[in-house]
Design a protein around this ligand. Structure first.
Ligand code: ARG
Length: 467
């Protein structure tokens, strides 16, 4: 039986009927539909709408549906169910008879879908944050294992200054920790319960909304029924947080692709995550990275799609809202699949430290440190910059590096140059000079790894507390 056929004389056009169904994708919400229905049933009992026997058989029926769904995917192949709400009602009636129809007393699918989707997003956030903790932990491991290995850092993709490999990796850890933080913010704001909001104006049965909210782990009931049944801000925030995470993953992928090319050769692609070419026998291609970069684009699309669906909707529920589900599922699933692969890749990538080191030896990565040497000897910064610029010019003419210029050539530029200049522009000295919190001096990087570990640990504890 349909959930709404009473006032209709004609049946639905068959093609329209198929086309408007959402069960094909909202079956993902079954678990949450069952949980929320259980909370609603208990509230109906307290409100005197259900007898104790009705309640027991409804709860048992719901449990049975969940069991059957877990046991056989074929159970969910239902060509009749309009959506997950209809599916549960149908199955419940099959299992327990007419009492199953009592479950819908005082509620509307408008509040149900709003609730189910919140529960889905909340669970996805917890899983994603756990995955982010794993990824950050592996990156911190790789940072720690890299010890004092150095590499060039780039601005404008031109060699700029040397950094520790660990410092470079920790930059990504910071991005991903911010992503975890954004997801936590989204979880907090979204953790309110629409149940009891009815179709638009609130339930017509005196349901204890606070008890329903608490039993589902929500912080409190939503405050306004019009808003609650049509609000998808939590979904938009969630998918936008994922789109930023996707941007980070895509930047990471792009840099790894670049660094794996023979032109850089900083990293060796792990074979278990790379593929060959059907034509060129020598090829090892960075497919995982390229697919991360490609799939990230689709997540940005999901975020745009969601906002586009919402932007024209008057209050309150409109069927357009059904279109908000798929972008949420697509983005969540894309990242839940991607993150463990990225973590696996990070675990197995090979760093070519010797090649990275070699790249720090040319390209004047010590030029800023050289200027600082002059500054410390009283030369005004702008003039020091100019002098070292001239020294670089000399080097370019002679095809050498700053440390290879004889002292007399340097002294011709400025009398402030002394023998100790050479000592101050060695790789070790340049690295050590960046001795500020957040800088690349080895001791600072070791401290940063410890701090990142603490952040990862508290992320893990938060995830654990929600489990
Ligand atoms: N499948 C619908 C959705 O996802 C459920 C709500 C239907 N509400 C309605 N008034 N037709 O939005």
């Amino acid at each position: 039986m349909k959930m709404w056929s009473g006032r209709f004389r004609q049946s639905l056009d068959a093609e329209f009927e198929r086309w408007q169904r959402s069960f094909g994708f909202d079956k993902r919400l079954l678990k949450y539909e069952i949980e929320a229905s259980g909370a609603h049933a208990r509230a109906l009992k307290s409100a005197g709408v259900l007898s104790a026997d009705d309640l027991i058989s409804i709860l048992e029926g719901l449990q049975q549906i969940e069991k059957q769904a877990a046991a056989s995917p074929a159970f969910l192949e239902d060509e009749e169910a309009e959506d997950v709400h209809h599916f549960v009602e149908k199955q419940l009636v099959t299992l327990i008879g007419e009492a199953g129809y009592k479950l819908h007393s005082g509620r509307s699918r408008n509040e149900q879908i709003a609730t189910d989707l919140r529960l889905y997003v909340r669970a996805a956030i917890d899983q994603l944050r756990a995955e982010l903790a794993e990824l950050c932990d592996v990156m911190a491991d790789r940072a720690e294992q890299s010890a004092d290995a150095a590499m060039p850092a780039y601005t404008h993709l031109q060699r700029a200054e040397p950094v520790l490999v660990g410092h470079w990796l920790l930059a990504y850890v910071q991005m991903f920790l911010r992503d975890a933080g954004r997801l936590a913010d989204c979880r907090k704001r979204g953790n309110v319960c629409p149940l009891g909001s009815g179709a638009v104006a609130g339930a017509t049965v005196p349901l204890d909304r606070t008890t329903m909210a608490e039993s589902l782990g929500f912080d409190r009931p939503t405050a306004n029924s019009l808003d609650a049944t049509s609000d998808r801000d939590f979904a938009i925030e969630f998918v936008n947080a994922l789109s930023l995470l996707a941007v980070h993953l895509s930047r990471w992928a792009e840099e790894m692709i670049l660094f794996s090319s023979q032109e850089y050769a900083f990293i060796g692609l792990p074979e278990p995550y790379s593929t060959g070419s059907s034509a060129m026998p020598q090829k090892k291609n960075p497919d995982l990275l390229e697919l991360v970069r490609g799939k990230s684009g689709r997540v940005l699309g999901n975020a745009t799609a969601l906002s586009a669906v919402l932007k024209g909707l008057p209050l309150a529920y409109n069927k357009d809202l059904q279109e908000t589900q798929e972008p949420v599922f697509a983005a969540a699933e894309a990242l839940l699949q991607m993150l463990p692969l990225v973590t696996g890749w990070m675990k197995s990538v090979v760093f070519h430290f010797a090649r990275m080191l070699e790249s720090t030896q040319s390209g004047f990565l010590n030029a800023w440190a050289a200027a600082t040497y002059l500054v410390q000897r009283g030369v005004p910064s702008r003039l020091a910059h100019e002098k070292i610029g001239k020294a670089v010019q000399m080097c370019l003419e002679r095809n050498c590096e700053l440390q290879q210029l004889p002292l007399e050539s340097l002294r011709a530029l400025s009398p402030a140059f002394g023998e100790d200049f050479y000592q101050s522009i060695t790789l070790a000295a340049v690295l050590a000079a960046h001795d500020v919190p957040g800088g690349t001096a080895p001791a600072r990087v070791r401290q940063a790894i410890r701090m990142a570990r603490e952040q990862i640990e508290s992320l893990r504890e938060e995830v654990h507390a929600h489990a």
